[in-house]
Write a protein that binds this ligand. Structure first.
Ligand SMILES: [Zn+2]
Length: 504
C-alpha cells in the first residue's frame, strides 16, 4: 500500500514539473482511481459526458468521464469549461424532491412524504397539488431547495424572520441581505433603516456597507417588476416551460437596461442559465418526440387497408394499402408530417432551431428495426444461390399478372417452414405486404425509414441467416420417386437472410 502511494506522489511531482515547463494551458487531472493525467483541455470536445484531454505523453485525445475525476477538481473544471454555471445565492428551505415516471424532477414541500397509501400532497409557490404515488418513480427525498419555489417572497421573509428574529444591528443587516436575495426589498429597506438607528454600528466597516445596500434596495423597490419577472423565469424553468422562460428573459432585457437592476437580479446569469437549461431540455425532448411521433405515424400507415384501385386514377398512382403507396409516403410525406407534429408539440417554430436540437440530441440509446420476413424486398439476391453445381436452378419469381396460387401466410412463426407445393412461387413484394399483419408492416417501414430518410445515424445493419433455411434460401427434400427436390424457403421468401437496422 505504501509503495503504491509513494509512486503516485512521485508521478504527481513529475506532472507538476511538466506543467511548469509547458505553460498555463496545461491541466493535471487527478482521477478517482489515483492515477493522474496531464494534458490540454479541448473545450470544443468537452461536454456533459466528459472532459476531452489532449495528452502530453502520446498527443492522443481521451474523454475522461466526469465521475472518474476527483470531486474537488470536477466541480472547478465543470465551471471553468462552461458545463455548469455558477451557483446563485438562494435562501434554501427544507423540502422534498422526487422524480415523476415521465422523468421530470419535482421540488416542493410535501405535507405527507411517507404516507404511501395516499397521494403526495405538495406545496409549491403556485399552490398545493396532489401527485398519485404511481406517477412517482423512486423515493421522495428530503432536500434543501430554493425557498422561492415553495413560498412567495413575503411568506419566505416571515419564515426567515421568525426563525431568527434580529436583535442587533448586525443581525438586521444579515436579514436585510437575505431579503435582497429573495427579492423582499421593502423588508430589506426596513431592516437597513433599523441599522441606521445605531450610530456606533454605522461607524464600523460593516455599517459602512449599509448605505450602498439601502440605495440598491430603493432602486429595486422601484423595479420590483424585474424581480417578479425573474422569479417567473425560474419557475417556468422548473416546470420545463423553457420557451416561456426564454420569452420572459427577453422581455426583462428589453425593459430593464439599467446595470444596477440587472446586477441585482443577476440578469447575465439568468440569461446563461435559461439558454443552457432550454438547450439541455430540448436536446432530449425533441429526440424523444421525434421517435414517438414517427412510431405513431408509421403504425397508422401500416394499418391502412387495401383499397381496390380507382380505374380513373393515373396508372402511376399506387393504390392505398399497397407497399408502393407506403414507400411513396415514407419517401415524400412522412418527414414533413413528423416535423410539423414535433414543432407543434415542442412549441419550437424555428426550423433551424428544431434541426439544431435534433442534431445535438442527447438521447443516445440505439433503436433497432427489422425488415423481418420482408427482407427479400430490400436485400439484393446473390449469395443465396446454391454454391455447388446442382442442376436445378434457384426458384424464379412469378411473372407479373400470373395468379399467385396459394399464399404462404403466417410465415415466420415456426423455425421449421412448411414445404411449399410444387406450384408455389416466391411472393412478390406486394403479396408479402398484403400477407403480413400491421405490426410486421410497421417494423418493415421503420427499418426502411431509418435506413433511407437521412435523419438518423445508422450504427449498423445486420443480415442474419434465415432460421428456416440456414441462410440458403431454399430447402432440399426427397420426392416420392426418390429424387431430390429443391424448394425456395417460404420463411424468407428465398432470400436466405433477415435484415435489421440499428440506428439512433
Ligand atoms: Zn429461409
Amino acid at each position: 500500500m505504501n509503495h503504491h502511494t509513494r509512486i503516485l506522489v512521485l508521478a504527481f511531482g513529475a506532472g507538476l514539473a511538466a506543467l511548469a515547463a509547458r505553460g498555463a494551458q496545461a491541466e493535471i487531472i487527478e482521477l478517482t482511481n489515483g492515477h493522474v493525467l496531464q494534458g490540454k483541455v479541448l473545450d470544443g470536445k468537452t461536454t456533459d459526458a466528459g472532459l476531452a484531454l489532449q495528452l502530453f505523453d502520446t498527443d492522443g485525445v481521451v474523454v475522461v468521464k466526469w465521475d472518474h475525476i476527483v470531486e474537488s477538481q470536477r466541480r472547478d473544471l465543470r465551471l471553468e469549461h462552461g458545463i455548469d454555471l455558477p451557483e446563485e445565492t438562494v435562501e434554501v428551505v427544507h423540502g422534498h424532491r422526487f422524480q415523476l415516471t415521465t422523468g421530470q424532477i419535482v421540488e416542493g414541500f410535501a405535507s405527507n412524504p411517507r404516507e404511501l397509501d395516499k397521494d403526495l400532497h405538495l406545496k409549491t409557490v403556485t399552490g398545493w397539488k396532489d401527485y398519485p404515488r404511481a406517477s412517482i418513480a423512486g423515493k421522495v427525498e428530503d432536500a434543501d431547495i430554493d425557498g422561492l419555489l415553495v413560498y412567495t417572497p413575503e411568506e419566505l421573509y416571515q419564515q426567515l424572520r421568525d426563525a431568527n428574529p434580529p436583535d442587533t444591528p448586525a443581525a438586521h443587516k444579515a436579514l436585510a441581505q437575505k431579503c435582497m436575495n429573495i427579492g423582499a426589498y421593502d423588508h430589506a429597506k426596513q431592516h437597513l433603516e433599523a441599522c441606521k438607528a445605531d450610530d456606533a454600528f454605522m461607524q464600523t466597516a460593516e455599517g459602512k456597507a449599509v448605505e450602498q445596500m439601502l440605495r440598491n434596495a430603493e432602486i429595486m423597490i422601484k423595479a420590483k417588476d424585474a424581480q417578479d419577472m425573474k422569479q417567473q423565469v425560474v419557475i417556468a424553468g422548473h416546470d420545463n416551460r423553457w420557451n416561456d422562460a426564454a420569452k420572459i428573459v427577453k422581455d426583462i432585457g428589453d425593459k430593464y437596461k439599467d446595470d444596477v437592476i440587472r446586477k441585482a437580479i443577476g440578469y447575465d446569469l439568468l440569461v446563461a442559465r435559461t439558454t443552457k437549461g432550454r438547450d439541455m431540455y430540448f436536446q432530449r425532448a425533441v429526440a424523444l418526440d421525434v421517435f414517438k411521433r414517427m412510431d405513431e405515424l408509421i403504425t397508422e400507415k401500416a394499418r391502412e387497408k387495401l383499397v381496390p384501385p380507382d380505374p380513373s386514377a393515373p396508372k402511376s398512382t399506387a393504390g392505398a394499402g399497397t407497399l408502393a403507396a407506403a414507400r411513396n409516403w415514407a419517401n415524400k410525406d412522412l418527414m414533413k408530417a413528423l416535423w410539423d407534429k414535433v414543432s407543434k408539440d415542442t412549441g419550437l417554430t424555428d426550423a433551424e432551431e428544431l434541426k439544431k436540437y435534433w442534431e445535438g440530441r442527447t438521447v443516445r440509446s440505439a433503436r433497432k428495426a427489422g425488415y423481418g420476413t420482408g427482407s427479400f424486398i430490400v436485400v439484393k439476391k446473390q449469395a443465396t444461390a446454391p454454391k455447388t453445381g446442382g442442376t436445378q436452378e434457384p426458384p424464379k419469381r412469378r411473372p407479373p399478372g400470373q395468379s399467385s396460387g396459394e399464399k404462404n401466410s403466417k410465415s415466420g412463426k415456426s423455425n421449421v417452414p412448411e414445404k411449399p407445393k410444387a406450384a408455389d412461387k416466391p411472393m412478390t413484394d406486394e403479396e408479402w405486404w398484403e400477407s403480413v399483419n400491421p405490426s410486421d408492416r410497421a417494423r418493415w417501414l421503420t427499418a426502411y425509414v431509418a435506413e433511407t430518410c437521412g435523419y438518423f445515424e445508422i450504427l449498423r445493419t445486420d443480415q442474419m441467416p434465415c432460421q428456416g433455411c440456414g441462410g440458403l434460401g431454399y430447402i432440399k427434400s426427397t420426392a416420392s420417386n426418390g429424387d431430390e427436390e429443391q424448394h425456395f424457403c417460404v420463411q424468407c421468401n428465398g432470400i436466405g437472410v433477415v435484415k435489421t437496422v440499428t440506428y439512433r
